[in-house]
Design a protein around this ligand. Structure first.
Ligand code: NAP
Ligand code: MG
Length: 473
């Protein structure tokens, strides 16, 4: 049983102003796995005051000193990587290999990337008589989701630390453990007091208090679209910068060539990764109508081949994060059947033999882009395969969405892949499974307005100052 009852404020582990706690449930067993404290606006006031006080000196710390600090954090992170993975496995149910693999690797990757970018980043640039300076925006409130807990947290915290900001982090109630360990790592690395603060609690309380706070300069939020809308409203009166990384319904176009079977299988298995709880998951798989029969066979086989079970065991997929997510996903599966989607794998209910834990069957529908299951983010292991007539049709379907987070193109002809990628209205497009920590990540349309990862992830936390007459004319 984990017990994390203290918050990290001003370099100390402190009790909440008003004690209140909540149990955390292990989604694989439905049992209580631990207890956390729930904060109140009074805790937020303390943390923001600490961050404000620390900003005066931290914002002036040299790049060299900030690099040393990030490297000290890196050393601590590496020592505790296994523990971080265990925490992720327990809090959100990712299989051990994934939790101790890609989940913690993403956190480590953003840390390494922040170090690389900081070494090269130009905070000052002379243009004529003017010096253009990039300066840290100030105190940042960070509100994160549970689905890739280390990724979402690290992609904010490390660029913010690198650019000289101070911060208050509010981790998700559903996945609070890994953030607690991260705070311990940051503490052990000797980050000056007040620079990084962490308060657990409800989004509707802590998140709202941060969004409305007079002394918070920016909110960086990753989560669902409705909460992003609310945060923007709450932040409006204080004219804060609000960076939003929201949901998606990302298209994956498979070209009509002899790699189709392999790509359909890969895209289907990819959709089931992390139990489909990935903001940029390729949840609409677009295949040529002329090859639909073949695609159906391959997708069904791939989905049925995804093993589901205890995260501690050797399975490809664990449970989804909570009872409430389980119920929402089940409703979408029912909806897909009701609106005439052709169910070719999975379906309602738990996989056979799994009576306890929030396990969902890897599910594939063949449908049309106007169906609810093709329009709304399900956030579970449910793929919708849609046929296209030609490449113009594929692009029209791909872009017919209120979201614009990710996109994928798989095929042998690289020119065609590039052409389709240029025409897709999304913030990131992955061609043939490539991956890059330096590629900006964020959404068009209702998928948000921010860009994280790499150098652009630094820009989020920076103000621009012009000093005119820095050089005489
Ligand atoms: P969520 O329900 O929006 O919650 C995200 C965070 O916001 C949580 O910490 C939550 O606190 C907090 N929150 C809730 N109400 C709030 C309020 N009124 N004011 C301020 N904060 C509030 O999202 P989720 O269910 O955790 O995560 C899934 C969503 O995140 C999906 O839509 C997914 O697509 C999106 N996502 C986007 C990206 C991206 O980079 N674009 C990446 C990952 C996930 P609680 O702890 O109380 O819930
Ligand atoms: Mg939620």
């Amino acid at each position: 049983m984990r017990e994390y009852l203290k918050f990290y404020i001003d370099g100390q582990w402190v009790d909440p102003v008003t004690p209140q706690s909540a149990e955390v449930i292990n989604p694989a067993t439905e049992d209580v796995s631990g207890t956390i404290s729930l904060g109140s606006p009074a805790d937020v006031d303390k943390a923001v005051a600490a961050a404000r006080a620390a900003f005066a000196s931290y914002s002036q710390m040299s790049v060299k000193d900030r690099l040393d600090l990030l490297e000290a954090i890196q050393a601590e992170y590496l020592k505790r990587e296994e523990e971080l993975g265990e925490a992720v496995m327990e809090e959100m149910g990712a299989p051990r290999a994934l939790a101790c693999g890609f989940h913690t690797l993403l956190g480590k990757g953003h840390l390494g990337t922040a170090i690389e970018v900081l070494k090269e980043f130009k905070f000052e640039e002379q243009r004529g008589v003017t010096m253009i300076r990039k300066e840290p925006i100030g105190v940042v409130g960070m509100i994160t989701p549970w689905n890739w807990p280390m990724n979402q947290t690290c992609v904010k915290v490390f660029p913010a630390l690198a650019t000289g900001c101070t911060m208050v982090l509010k981790p998700p109630q559903l996945a609070p453990y890994s953030a607690q360990l991260l705070a311990e790592i940051i503490d052990a690395a000797g980050v000056p007091k007040g620079v990084f603060n962490m308060i657990q609690g409800k989004g509707s309380v802590i998140g709202e208090a941060l969004s409305k706070h007079e002394d918070v300069d920016m909110i960086s939020f990753t989560g669902s679209e409705p909460v992003g809308v609310q945060i923007q409203k709450d932040a409006a009166d204080t004219v804060k910068r609000v960076a939003l990384e929201l949901g998606g319904k990302s298209p994956w176009i498979v070209l009509d060539d002899d790699g189709l079977a392999e790509h359909v299988a890969g895209a289907t298995a990819g959709m089931m990764g992390n139990s489909g709880q990935t903001c940029s998951a390729g949840s609409r798989l677009l295949v040529p109508n002329a090859r639909m029969d073949e695609a159906k066979k391959v997708a069904a086989e791939a989905a049925n081949g995804v093993t589901v079970g205890d995260p501690k065991g050797n399975f490809a997929m664990g449970p989804v994060v909570s009872k409430s997510q389980y119920n929402i996903i089940q409703q979408y599966i029912e909806k897909g059947i009701e609106e005439g989607g052709e169910l070719i794998a999975g379906g309602p209910g738990r996989p056979e033999g799994l009576e306890k834990g929030w396990y969902v069957k890897p599910t594939v529908f063949v449908g049309t882009n106007d169906m609810v299951i093709a329009r709304e983010e399900i956030f579970g292991p449910v793929l919708v395969m849609i046929g296209y007539d030609d490449l113009d049709d594929a692009i029209a379907i791909a872009n017919d969405s209120m979201f614009g987070l990710g996109g994928y193109v798989s095929g042998k002809d690289l020119d065609t892949c590039r052409d389709l990628a240029r025409k897709m209205r999304t913030g990131a497009i992955w061609i043939n499974g490539a991956f890059d920590f330096h590629a900006p990540f964020g959404g068009y349309k209702r998928s948000g307005n921010g860009r994280e990862w790499g150098e652009m992830g630094f820009e989020e936390y920076l103000e621009t100052k012009s000093i005119i007459g820095f050089e005489p004319a």
